[in-house]
Write a protein that binds this ligand. Structure first.
Ligand code: GLU
Length: 309
């Protein structure tokens, strides 16, 4: 078995030197200021060993990676009833696409495209004030990452609120089909804020541990979700976690993963490790360019692809 700490620091060094870094997202103005030269990688294995490389402790905007955790919370609240308002099939279209929604009568393809995540957020919000719902999401993140310092970057949330016309359109469109129960403004307020949670690679890898360990926190042994639920969330990450780049990610990396336009990716090697990588430059599908390349190198060197057995 290769030495994990060595592999992680080698990959971080290789990535630091690469000239190809993708393009930082600019459609949320606040994200445009991030340094494209940044790169971080953290892997937490079965025994709780932490291997960290590069900018492992620099906070970044987790954006759509938050959708893994809102899905987990919504399944906890509604169980399989959730699937009446959102599907679980890959979309094959862009993260913010509206075309499929008309064909499918306002039911988004999966919980990870923007429309699907907005529908999931609406379910979490029901019966609460937006502030309470947001507090619940943030506390859940702090709990599973075992870190009460995690916060929301209000500047990023405000920036997205000012410019989020596409998401506003998606939400209104779903509302017209009766898919959203709450006022569109409230649902979007919670959505923009949970996307604006700022975390480091170290915190994110901590938060993903339950998905790599049959639904349990490996440090305490306590269950976060049932093993079957962790398996199913991983399945949706594999098939839908990278939008219309999901096939390519499965082909090259071979792990369940979820990307965000802040340049982060959370990946899960079931039974082996929770992995967070961050490099802000994106590829054409809106996924971290070097993040994907680094994960491909990691799974190859460690033999971790779920298709390798
Ligand atoms: N908050 C972003 C949006 O709604 C999330 C997109 C992403 O990270 O892929 O556009």
């Amino acid at each position: 078995m290769p030495d994990l700490a060595r592999v992680v620091s080698e990959i971080a060094e290789e990535m630091r030197q690469r000239p190809d870094r993708g393009k930082v997202a600019t459609y949320i103005p606040e994200l445009a200021h991030v340094d494209p030269g940044a790169f971080g990688l953290v892997v937490i294995d079965n025994e709780g060993n932490v291997a960290a490389g590069g900018d492992a402790d620099m906070p970044f905007s987790i954006q759509s990676i938050s959708k893994v955790f809102t899905l987990t919370l919504a399944l906890g609240k509604a169980g399989d009833r959730l699937w009446a308002r959102v599907g679980r099939e890959p979309s094959g279209s862009a993260f913010n696409s509206i075309v499929q929604l008309e064909h499918e009568r306002g039911i988004p393809r999966n919980p990870f495209i923007n429309a699907g995540a907005i529908a999931v957020t609406d379910l979490i919000l029901s019966g609460h004030q937006p502030r309470e719902a947001l507090g619940e999401i943030l506390r859940f993140m702090q709990f599973i990452a075992d870190d009460s310092t995690i916060t929301i970057d209000e500047g990023v949330a405000a920036s997205e609120k000012r410019t989020g016309f596409r998401n506003i359109a998606l939400a209104n469109y779903m509302k017209s089909f009766g898919v959203l129960d709450n006022p569109v403004d409230y649902t979007l307020g919670v959505y923009f804020h949970h996307c604006a949670i700022a975390m480091t690679c170290r915190q994110l890898a901590m938060a993903g541990r339950f998905l790599a360990h049959h639904g349990r926190n490996p440090a305490t042994g306590l269950p976060i979700v049932q093993p079957e639920r962790a398996r199913r969330i991983n399945a949706i990450m594999l098939t839908c976690g990278h939008y219309d780049g999901s096939g390519e990610f499965a082909y090259r990396v071979g792990l369940p993963g979820k990307s965000g336009v802040g340049g982060g990716i959370l990946a899960v090697a079931p039974g082996k490790a929770s992995i967070a990588v961050w490099s802000p430059g994106l590829d054409e599908s809106g996924n971290s360019h070097l993040g994907r390349i680094a994960l491909e190198a990691l799974t190859k060197r460690m033999g971790w692809s779920i298709f390798a057995a």
